[in-house]
Design a protein around this ligand. Structure first.
Ligand SMILES: Cc1cc2nc3c(=O)[nH]c(=O)nc-3n(C[C@H](O)[C@H](O)[C@H](O)COP(=O)(O)OP(=O)(O)OC[C@H]3O[C@@H](n4cnc5c(N)ncnc54)[C@H](O)[C@@H]3O)c2cc1C
Length: 685
């Protein structure tokens, strides 16, 4: 390269070739819409656990590896190194204790939420250790295991969670890994009997974790007592090399989240002491006999899986964080980006278009709904843990499981759709790596599958509702609070429609409850019809699944609607304008859901065509009105800029400048092709 050319490249790197000063401001949009107090809305949004947010956000803000991350990290190794550096810096600044798990779980929930607000990979790496490994020990272990929790809280051990195998994911009760008890030495020998029984996808296993909770079939002699949890060493603490009898490897590249070292684990005659067994439920006595608090193998399995509750809640929080960051980017960008207008001299921001508002604002309403779902998980968790200690089959626990399963599906799916819409709202620039929407979308995707595949979870929720309904049909009193709206007189429920104002909040909720009863009726009918066709229950259930899935979904919608309403009613006393705003978001959420069932409602004559039209008009009106205030709503709830770090999403509105600066700062921005010879051969002068 001639020296003049080199000089010109250095100059453009230093000064930039885009210094034309073209940035419009977000302030124009901030003047629009009705006034409300941003701080009140912010406090409402983050109220549960507010001091913990302040603590963790301050910790994140003080870590240079977090605030100064750039876009040039490309290789898997570099991503992993950066993540470990971030975790090391961050964990030194936060205090996590066993008491937080037992007495103040909200601390850990907000810790997770703050981490997820910054980066999903960052918190998944920590979360596998904190929410899956440590919580399993606390749930399934006894006092003798508590020192492991204390070590884990200080990151003196790093643990992973080994449940899934290459051949078994959703149906983990059939896991192949075995743990044979040897009475003479009071040890277990753990084995991977075949290739499909290799633990697979285990986050942290490939390179990091020295410990793991693993699940294996407990054998005494030839008798299999079912799946049990064991806490085992994977690596030597000094050399960090796998121990003899343990083989670990990397599962290979993934669609995203490569910073996490997901690995496989194979055990070969690996001996572990008796105390490796997490023995709260089952023990082996001094005579070598199996004793258990729970007699039935299937029920013991249910208890083993209770350690997934925290992980499942983390998917809700991840949905909130990912969608919030995506909306922050898309709403700010839509307020800046101008296209077309009444005349060539006056192009208007794309957020001014009704179409953009109807595409974007329902997702803003979904964000608030997801926040309500997170709160359901937070606020009930501590009580549930206490009840579970006494009886994990109590109605409150099975109900919590059913609700959590349904809302996990609703939140992860709506966040995915919302993030994708945000990418499309940002047009071509939304595809840029520096805008980060592609990253959010791909990272978020796996939330729909892990911690319980969404389609499996909906079946579990539907199973709970059907079981309770059948009991009620036999005359039992309905105990689950969430099923109090159940109306088993289906004929009567058809005529039970809100008479006056269809769009009032009370009417909207009763329409939702009606849809729930309608879908329950359909599900019971389908099961009945299929029972006449098939003998085996498996076939009856299998052929009824599409109808049951709908039931599982609407149950979560009703729960979210009820919780969210209780919460925002409290806002009335604090700030009326903020209250009206959240009320509008709330109505929009419910109307959108109701419109999704318009086919069913029209078919059974519950709605007329005119009423559907009225709902559609209200939907449009709310989108339009909320669109005016969208920038300020997002200002109230958005994370600090360094957390989303998207060129298009900063609160100062300097999107174009930040994007071109970032593009020009890339080492290869002005680099000539390394295939120059080929190009020259192809281009014939
Ligand atoms: C990046 C990543 C990280 C992970 N980390 C961990 C970890 O740390 N520890 C761990 O133990 N596991 C981990 N997992 C595993 C994860 O929990 C499983 O992938 C998940 O439980 C789903 O199981 P599967 O992949 O075997 O899917 P499958 O169970 O094979 O499901 C495949 C499809 O079949 C459908 N299906 C299955 N059964 C039925 C049915 N009865 N009726 C109708 N449809 C059905 C499902 O809905 C799904 O669409 C991780 C996975 C990934 C991708």
């Amino acid at each position: 390269m001639v020296s003049l050319e080199r000089l010109s490249i250095i100059k453009s790197h230093l000064l930039g070739n885009f210094s034309f000063g073209y940035d419009p401001s977000l302030d124009e949009y901030r003047k629009k819409g009705k006034s409300f107090n941003l701080e009140t809305l912010r406090y409402y949004y983050y109220e549960i656990g507010f001091p913990h947010y302040q603590e963790f956000n301050a910790a994140l803000r003080s870590c240079p590896s977090i605030t100064e991350r750039g876009f040039s990290i490309e290789t898997k190794d570099d991503k992993r190194n950066l993540l470990m550096q971030q975790l090391e810096e961050f964990t030194k600044k936060v205090n996590i204790t066993r008491e937080h798990y037992l007495e103040n779980p909200i601390h850990n929930f907000i810790l997770a939420k703050s981490g997820l607000n910054f980066d999903m990979s960052f918190f998944v790496k920590a979360g596998v250790h904190l929410a899956l490994y440590l919580d399993s020990i606390l749930n399934l272990g006894t006092e003798k295991h508590h020192h492991l929790v204390d070590r884990g809280c200080k990151f003196k051990d790093i643990g992973c969670f080994g449940l899934t195998e290459l051949g078994r994911g959703s149906n983990v009760s059939l896991c192949g890994t075995t743990a044979h008890y040897i009475h003479k030495t009071r040890e277990f020998i753990i084995n991977t009997p075949d290739s499909l029984s290799a633990k697979w996808w285990i986050g942290g296993a490939a390179q990091t974790s020295n410990k793991s909770v693993i699940f294996a079939q407990l054998f005494i002699g030839k008798t299999n007592y079912g799946l049990h949890g064991f806490v085992v060493d994977l690596r030597d603490k000094v050399t960090c090399k796998p121990l003899p009898g343990v083989i670990v490897g990397d599962c290979g590249g993934k669609a995203e989240n490569d910073a996490i070292d997901n690995g496989f684990i194979i055990f070969k005659n690996y001996k572990v002491p008796y105390d490796a067994l997490l023995d709260k439920v089952s023990q082996i006595n001094n005579e070598g006999k199996f004793v258990s608090l729970i007699n039935k193998k299937e029920k013991r399995f249910g208890k083993m899986m209770s350690c997934l509750l925290l992980g499942r809640s983390a998917c809700l929080m991840s949905s909130e964080a990912n969608l919030k960051n995506a909306l922050t980017i898309a709403i700010r960008w839509a307020a800046i980006r101008k296209q077309f207008g009444p005349n060539p001299e006056r192009e208007v921001p794309i957020l001014d278009y009704l179409l953009t508002r109807t595409r974007l604002i329902p997702h803003l309403a979904n964000l608030f709904a997801i926040t309500a779902a997170c709160e359901i998980a937070f606020t009930r968790y501590k009580d549930m843990k206490k009840i579970m200690e006494i009886d994990f089959e109590r109605i409150e626990v099975t109900e919590y499981h059913a609700i959590l399963s349904s809302v996990k599906v609703l939140t992860t799916e709506s966040a995915f759709e919302g993030i994708h819409q945000c990418r499309k709202i940002c047009g071509g620039l939304g595809y840029s790596k520096f805008v980060k929407l592609g990253e959010y979308l791909t990272k978020h995707d796996i939330n729909l599958t892990w911690e319980g595949d969404n389609n499996i979870l909906l079946q579990q929720t539907a199973g709970f509702i059907i079981k309770q309904s059948l009991k009620a049909l036999k005359g039992d009193t309905i105990q689950a609070a969430s099923l109090k709206c159940l109306n088993l007189n289906f004929e009567l429920s058809r005529s039970d429609r809100p008479s006056k104002d269809l769009l009032s909040i009370n009417s909207l909720i009763s329409i939702l409850e009606h849809i729930f009863n309608l879908l329950l009726h359909k599900a019971l009918l389908t099961l009945q019809q299929n029972s006449a066709k098939f003998e085996a229950y498996f076939d009856v259930w299998n052929t009824s699944q599409p109808t049951l899935q709908k039931l599982g979904r609407i149950y979560g919608v009703v729960e979210i609607a009820k919780h969210w309403r209780r919460r925002f009613e409290l806002l009335k006393q604090k700030d009326l304008e903020a209250f009206y705003l959240v009320e509008k978001l709330y109505c929009l959420y419910i109307i959108e859901k109701i419109l999704g069932y318009q086919g069913e409602l029209l078919c059974e004559g519950y709605f007329s065509g005119t009423e559907v039209k009225k709902m559609e008009e209200e939907h449009e009106r709310l989108c339009n009105e909320l669109g005016e205030s969208a920038v300020r709503i997002i200002d109230a709830v958005a994370n600090e800029d360094f957390m989303h770090a998207s060129c298009l999403g900063y609160s100062d509105g300097q999107a174009y400048k930040r994007l071109t600066d970032t593009v020009e700062a890339q080492a290869d921005c002005y680099k000539e092709s390394s295939s120059l010879n080929v190009i020259k051969r192809l281009i014939t002068p």
